[in-house]
Design a protein around this ligand. Structure first.
Ligand code: HEM
Length: 227
């Protein structure tokens, strides 16, 4: 079967990483744009959350798609790392990076940190499991509520530790997107070789816009710009 042959080859694993990575980039852009409704106000943000929660089965289709994409993405990264290690069991005696960027060198450990962030984030904002421990009780928004997503976000980011954690995580996300969005297009051969490839500039813009959009929310809450 062609799918099995693809899965077993190194280039096949890279293609799976690239395709799942691009799906996750799509989700991150949509999620960031949706979250910016925090700046419009509680009615708009909570209306948007209620709309998503009301999608029912469709929401579960999207969630399962996201989970499958994430699992495949991480599994391929792990397998490709093992293949690379087997090919070179003894490390370099001296290794001074010449042309690689910080973003490309941090893909593996940065990816692991992002995974930790995503697990925390779901326990924080979707289920509310770690909410009381991570966030200060607030007179206006006393606790986690499934119908007041706006209040959850405000209450969470009034705590400087939570805001600091998100701000740092978003820096890692920016680095990961900066290299990942570019590398996936290259793996898939979607653009012609060039000294100044357009997709390099597009992934730089995506990384910066996503970073700014996500970071603006916790920072604005902490500074009291949205309350
Ligand atoms: C400041 C940044 C962020 C804020 C304020 C934020 C906010 C939220 C909120 C409020 C929810 C719960 C929505 C609901 O229950 O209706 C949520 C869910 C989620 N977020 Fe974020 N988010 C941020 C960054 C991210 C990032 C960077 C990722 C991925 C890399 C991410 C992935 C998710 C996922 C997977 C869910 C679960 C969706 C579901 O319930 O099916 N978020 N986020």
């Amino acid at each position: 079967m062609w799918a099995l042959t693809l899965y077993r080859s190194t280039i096949g694993k890279k293609v799976i990483m690239a395709v799942t990575g691009l799906m996750l980039v799509g989700f991150v852009i949509a999620h960031m744009a949706g979250n910016l409704q925090m700046f419009v106000g509680p009615a708009k943000m909570n209306g948007y959350a209620a709309f998503l929660q009301g999608l029912g089965e469709l929401l579960w289709v999207a969630r399962i798609g996201l989970i499958v994409a994430t699992v495949l993405h991480v599994l391929m990264a792990w397998q490709l790392t093992q293949i690379k290690r087997q090919a070179r069991p003894v490390g370099y005696e001296q290794r001074t990076p010449q042309v690689s960027t910080l973003a490309s060198r941090s893909m593996r450990w940065g990816g692991v940190l992002l995974l930790v962030f995503i697990v925390f984030h779901i326990l924080h904002f979707t289920t509310g499991t770690v909410f009381p421990a991570a966030s200060q009780p607030d007179a206006q928004y006393p606790g986690f509520s499934h119908i007041n997503v706006y209040g959850n976000v405000i209450s969470a980011f009034r705590n400087p530790l939570v805001t600091g954690f998100y701000v740092v995580a978003m820096l890692f996300l920016m680095l990961h997107l900066f290299h990942g969005a570019w590398a996936s297009v290259r793996t898939l051969g979607l653009s012609k070789p060039s000294r100044h490839p357009l997709h390099r500039r597009i992934s730089t813009v995506i990384a910066i816009v996503v970073w700014l959009g996500f970071t603006a929310i916790p920072v604005a809450v902490l500074l009291g710009a949205i309350r």
